[in-house]
Design a protein around this ligand. Sequence first.
Ligand code: CTP
Ligand code: MG
Length: 390
Amino acid sequence: MTPLARTAVIVVAAGSGTRLGAGAPKAFVPLAGRTILQHALDGVFAAAPAQVVLVVPEGREAEAAAAAAAAGAAEVRIVVGGETRQRSVAAGLAALADGIDVVLVHDAARALTPAAQIAAVAAAVAPGVGVIPALPVVDTLKRVRGDDVVAPVDRSELAAAQTPQGFPRAELEAAYARAEAEGTDHTDDAALFAAAGGAVRRVAGSEEAFKITTPHDLERARMILAGPAPAVPRIGIGTDVHAFAAEGTLRLAGLDWPGEPALEGHSDGDAVAHAIVDALLGAAGLGDIGEHFGTAHPEFAGAHGDVFLARTAEILAGAGYAIGNVSVQFQGNRPRFSARRGEAEQALSAALGGAPVAVSATTTDGLGFPGRGEGIAVTAVALVHRFAQG
Ligand code: CTP
Ligand code: MG
């Protein structure tokens, strides 16, 4: 960013933060492991002003000095603030260095203000002209008296003012002297400058430059700094059991097994594929195999397991899920998987569009229906995750 020569930023941080109610002056309240002031100084120093004046509550000078030292290189002065924001700005003005001719006044409470906004305000300051960043008002506005709504308000005439607000130094000092002499108190510097006859123009503000005022605002700042939540993967489990049939050739794990007895079942009885389908649908919370491939879907009667797998991958993708991996275990005496494990893994993985599939097989030591050779059991687990947001 182009350095802001002859420009000072007065960062007012001397408020008590009553509405935030965090038990400390607002600028010193923690936000994502640092203080609100430290975050604000990131933006200020990135805009590279010639001088930074920090206006802080009494007793917080050393802490402010440490924050400024960690943040950047400009000349820094630290002063104690006053009872009102206006008094605090006045204290900051009194600490301006010689040679400064543009002054920006910035709320520490606007902790996430982009450096570009600070630079844009500085660039727009001209003799006789103050500059504020402002946003259009989005809410429909009403004039009220107590709980009575007495009139609509045309929001096209309104804008929400932010900081930093920038001014020619000598004119701002004169306007402050006048307000102090008159005893008037203004909520922002533009109002005070205008009261002294100065013109004020606006440049675009930004959503990020919102003021941290309430606990909700602090939470909003935390969420912005935390970034999008990492996608948590989801796990699913599926099992399938089939009895051996009297005739036919076995179809299992996406392969033909000549000489091995077939399994009973709707479709081809490929229990490995079916267990994987349930694991995947379960992981994505999208129902089960009966719902998507059961008797209500005659188009899948007699279909091969790899058709089920390809369709399942499609259903997941349609719901925004990618497949992480699948692990499936076969229990039974036959067929013997060891010689064809790699082949089975490749066939299953290809049917799923390339997601890794691991296949293991075990006998049950002669116990139960797999041990007696009546049928087989298969268990699958699958991990899925949401597609990265583009
Ligand atoms: N400010 C200041 N001196 C004051 C009052 C306010 O320097 N006497 C600063 C605050 O530190 C803040 C900015 O002015 O950065 C805007 O004020 P506001 O959001 O009202 O902060 P607080 O006055 O601290 O909050 P509250 O009004 O809830 O007490
Ligand atoms: Mg206040």
